[in-house]
Design a protein around this ligand. Structure first.
Ligand SMILES: [Zn+2]
Length: 326
């Protein structure tokens, strides 16, 4: 059967009809909001390249979390910026570290009203800005795993519901899972940054998290942008090591990878719409070159359509407000 019996425009005549046959929808419940919290800050500081996003004090972080929960956003992902950095990144597993303190403060205020996810890496905590233990000019994979295990247990003890190992070390999910289980935290979920690419879109984040590498770059551990088969193998390895949720990062330039991962494994899948993706929409909108709201919603919908169950996005609050308005 073809034209004229078949007419696709029948469903496109009105908004109501289009909604009835829409295959993918967006809901505030799909979002996880990444938030930055900085030790020793007197008041929140807006991040220059990420308009509307801030380095938070613990107090302003708690307020933001409350607003997100009220809008129906179910989870936040915390990134900490410590007052003290050293070669090891020892502030990351300090029981009184900034993320640990923030986890306790948000929990005290909101109880179980929000799922608390702690990003787990060393780049914000090391003076060299790399994601692991550096030997010479390279990151030592296996030595780094021991540090990740310590951090995971420390975050769990401070109340994290999920931890998100993001350093792209081989074996990191297994190391974190074993440490959590051994520490009596078998209920803590592992959100694995499974396919994290060495991307040019992370620039604004490094300003936000003060985590720019002081030498070299991260291509020695993050995925090469040309590789998709390898991403599928990375994801499989993380699932085999005990990942509960797998993530593809960035989102928009890697929708093909996201689609393949969801089709191949059918496990809960997240996508991280990164700082550069946020910044480019904000910048174009500020110049009047794009309309911010429809562009934001279209990109988020596309990420869902490609296979994401959950989206980490700096638009979480704006998009949730917009969706609430209907
Ligand atoms: Zn890192």
């Amino acid at each position: 059967m073809g034209f004229p019996q078949q007419r696709f425009r029948r469903f496109r005549r009105t908004g109501r009809l289009r909604e009835m046959v829409r295959e993918t929808t967006l809901d505030p419940g799909d979002f996880i909001a990444p938030l930055f919290v900085k030790e020793g800050l007197a008041r929140p500081v807006e991040i220059d390249a990420m308009p509307g996003q801030h380095q938070h004090t613990v107090g302003s972080l708690v307020e933001s979390c409350g607003a997100l929960a009220e809008l129906g956003v179910p989870a936040v992902m915390l990134f900490g910026i410590p007052a003290h950095k050293d070669a090891e990144g020892s502030s990351a597993w300090d029981p009184n570290g900034i993320v640990q303190e923030a986890l306790r403060a948000v929990r005290a205020e909101l109880g179980d009203g929000l799922v608390l996810v702690a990003d787990l890496c060393l780049c914000e905590y090391t003076d060299h800005g790399h994601c692991g233990v550096v030997r010479g000019r390279a990151v030592d994979n296996d030595a780094t795993l021991d540090a990740y295990a310590r951090i995971a247990v420390s975050y769990a003890e401070a109340g994290a519901d999920w931890v998100g190992p993001s350093g792209m070390m081989d074996g990191q999910v297994g190391a974190v899972r074993r440490a959590l289980d051994a520490g009596g935290h078998s209920e803590v979920t592992v959100l694995a940054y499974a396919a994290k690419y060495a991307s040019a879109f992370y620039g604004p984040f490094r300003q936000a998290a003060e985590s720019r590498p002081q030498f070299g770059d991260r291509r020695g551990y993050q995925l090469d942008p040309g590789n998709a088969d390898e991403a599928v193998r990375e994801v499989k390895a993380d699932i085999d090591e005990g990942a509960d949720i797998v993530m593809v990062k960035p989102a928009l330039p890697y929708l093909d990878v996201l689609g393949r991962v969801k089709a191949a494994f059918g496990v809960p899948t997240a996508a991280y719409q990164v700082s550069g993706e946020y910044a480019m929409l904000k910048a174009a909108s500020a110049r009047g070159w794009l309309q911010e709201e429809p562009a934001m919603l279209e990109v988020l919908l596309a990420i869902r359509r490609a296979g994401a169950d959950l989206i980490l996005t700096y638009f979480a609050r704006d998009a949730a407000e917009r969706l609430r308005r209907g």
